[in-house]
Design a binder for this molecule. Sequence first.
Ligand SMILES: Nc1ncnc2c1ncn2[C@@H]1O[C@H](COP(=O)(O)OP(=O)(O)OP(=O)(O)O)[C@@H](O)[C@H]1O
Ligand SMILES: [Mg+2]
Length: 248
Amino acid sequence: MASVKLQCVSKWFARRDGDSLHVLQNVDLNVPEKSITAIVGASGSGKSTLLNIIAGLVQPDRGCVFLNGVKASDFKDWGSMTYMFQEDRLLPWRTAARNVAFGLEAQGVKRAERKERVAETLALVGLDQFADSYPHELSGGMRSRVALARSLVTRPTMMLMDEPFSKLDPTIRSQMHTEVLRIAELMSMTIVFVTHDVEEAVVLAKQIVVLNPRPGRVRETRTVDLSYPRDPAAPEVHEQARSLRASL
Ligand SMILES: Nc1ncnc2c1ncn2[C@@H]1O[C@H](COP(=O)(O)OP(=O)(O)OP(=O)(O)O)[C@@H](O)[C@H]1O
Ligand SMILES: [Mg+2]
């Protein structure tokens, strides 16, 4: 069963000059449960728009979206979904722990349970020693971990990730990939991961969907049959990345 299914989704954005911009064209997408699907495509090919449509933040002009087999308009379990944005969007006036607590506060979770779940989640991402640090006291990689913890604290089963590690240096980025794979497995999560980095897609994803430039259309959907963990330096990873780059 696909936990996210898009059928023939098209999207236009109105432009100020009165024209409309065709951003997505007849996109079909099947995201299988409990695995990672990467969406790759050039800048402006509609990747973020696609994630926003899955998250219900943007309405498609045509086509249907199904979440866990339910039409998006009838879907109730939005709390099972989380969204990790390209910028970490941490609140500078809150400590790491209080940034992570944010979603639980919004859900009205009681203070004692909040505290316990925040501590647990910070430990999960290896940041238990930095609960009381403010964002400006953390490195880029640590901030990424806080953002990841904030996404995980509500115990989602589906995580949408929009190039969340694009600003990190390669070593830290690779560490974050290891973390994501470990946590996705541990929490049996379904992940849709947007990137324009083919190596990142090959290291992480079971399924890779390539979008054409505007309007975004699915050019190719491929399965990566390599076992995890995948060494970014391994020849088979290079070969996949090379052929993916050729497809782009
Ligand atoms: N709310 C909006 N209103 C008008 N145009 C928009 C809106 N959101 C996105 N667009 C336009 O839609 C196109 C696709 O944008 P989108 O952000 O989905 O691309 P992307 O593939 O995520 O690009 P990038 O890799 O640069 O993040 C762009 O041309 C953008 O200007
Ligand atoms: Mg984007």
